[in-house]
Design a protein around this ligand. Structure first.
Ligand SMILES: Nc1ncnc2c1ncn2[C@@H]1O[C@H](COP(=O)(O)OP(=O)(O)O)[C@@H](O)[C@H]1O
Ligand SMILES: [Mg+2]
Length: 393
């Protein structure tokens, strides 16, 4: 079918033509938006977790889009291990406030919030953020130099500004597992403090990351379990895979034969990234307008190659020989699940589990594996174990 019309979008953060299987979480978000607007009240913040490629970024973008349509104050950032979160967040908050100034030109709270933001950035020594000479720093607020306290104070004034406009403030942090533990601690502190008020301000925080994130947050604060609503984002059920493949085609006048569809569902295994990749290649190959099983067979072979190249190979190539042995051991012990580190040591004929510490630590840093809970290790990408086994000579 015409590749120019291809509706599917494999690739990190790329918006799928149909966001399947996320109705419940979107409905909950709608409640958050409406409670903030109708009662000026904030809700418990969220932590969205899931493996790579399940659709966390796309979901965050969807939340951001909905809040933007409603003229909220919205800042979305991506945490990274190389830049402190305070800097990334401050930069984006400046932009968000500028947009808010455009949307709500006469807000006196907004002016104050900008002033507080200025003293916040000055105190933290964050350079390269220009707020304009006309903005007077508000000394004594958000400028203690302690990120947790200052973030709390800053979000308070920003929250008050949004309350003033009858909207809320939405702060989204993607890849939150990359943030330092002191940044996580500061976020916990701010989220906790904001939730303490009789009527919490309409400031809503959403962090997204790998499934190790809840444990990282808990390490940074003892009460983190109760601070957040955890929203795991998982694989799609077979009805949702069907919907994700069929609906975008229907809109363009193409349909799927039943056995073509079940073949595609079988290959996709509920994994959103696969769904997009299969959809894309099948579309390009199929003569159409009816997609047949043969098209799926040929298309999934290409999808497989694309996924190997884009998702697995680059990760595999970043691993050293010792790290690869560990990955192979993991894949041999379990195709789908986390592996116990003690069992892995025995399997790899190591005397002690600590003999694996260096390789394991490096693989975690490179983002290939993560620790779902103490003593376990798992792949960050679904299907990685199959690839690893195929690489073993
Ligand atoms: N609910 C969904 N339905 C269909 N496709 C999806 C869905 N969520 C994500 N995708 C697709 O999956 C791929 C990965 O999404 P992304 O948000 O980058 O995942 P993550 O951030 O979890 O690694 C993208 O190609 C995206 O279009
Ligand atoms: Mg992502």
């Amino acid at each position: 079918m015409d590749p120019v019309m291809n509706p599917f979008r494999p690739g990190a953060g790329r918006r799928p033509p149909v966001l399947a299987g996320r109705e419940r979480i979107l409905a909950s978000f709608d409640v958050v938006l409406r409670r903030a607007e109708e009662f000026g009240e904030g809700d418990r913040s969220w932590v969205v977790t899931g493996l790579r490629g399940v659709g966390k970024t796309v979901l965050l973008n969807e939340l951001m889009g909905q809040a933007n349509v409603r003229k909220w104050i919205v800042a979305k950032v991506e945490a990274s291990s190389s830049t402190p979160l305070r800097k990334i967040l401050a930069t984006e908050l400046v932009k968000a406030m500028r947009t808010a100034t455009g949307r709500h030109p006469n807000g006196s709270h907004l002016k104050r919030a900008l002033g507080v933001l200025k003293s916040f950035t000055l105190k933290l020594g964050i350079e390269g953020i220009t707020l304009g000479a006309e903005v007077e720093p508000q000394h004594g607020v958000a400028d203690s130099g302690r990120f947790g306290h200052d973030l709390t104070a800053l979000l308070e004034v920003v929250g008050e500004a949004s309350l003033d406009f009858g909207v809320g403030t939405l702060i989204l942090v993607d890849e939150l597992q990359e943030a330092s533990s002191s940044d996580l601690e500061a976020i916990n502190m701010a989220v906790h403090a904001l939730g303490q008020a009789d009527v919490p301000l309409p400031v809503f925080f959403v962090g997204a990351g790998l499934p190790s994130l809840p444990a990282q947050l808990a390490e940074a604060a003892s009460h983190a379990e109760r601070l957040y609503v955890y929203q795991p984002v998982g694989l799609l059920g077979s009805d949702d895979v069907r919907k994700a493949l069929v609906e975008p085609c229907l809109d363009l006048g193409a349909t799927w034969e039943e056995d073509a569809l079940s073949a595609a569902q079988h290959v996709a295994r509920g994994y959103p990234y696969f769904v997009q990749s299969i959809g894309k290649h099948v579309w390009d190959l199929a003569p159409g307008p009816v997609v047949r099983a043969d098209d799926v067979l040929a298309g999934s072979a290409l999808a497989r190659e694309e996924i190997d190249a884009g998702l697995y190979r680059s990760r595999w190539e970043r691993a050293t020989a010792a790290q690869r042995r560990l990955l192979i051991g993991m894949a041999q012990l379990s195709r789908e699940n986390a592996v116990e580190i003690g069992e892995l040591a025995t399997h790899l004929r190591k005397a002690r589990t600590s003999d694996l510490s260096v390789a394991r630590g490096e693989l975690i840093k490179k983002g290939l594996v993560y620790v779902p809970e103490r003593g376990l290790v798992a792949f960050t990408v679904p299907g990685m174990s199959d690839f690893v086994l195929s690489q073993e000579e």
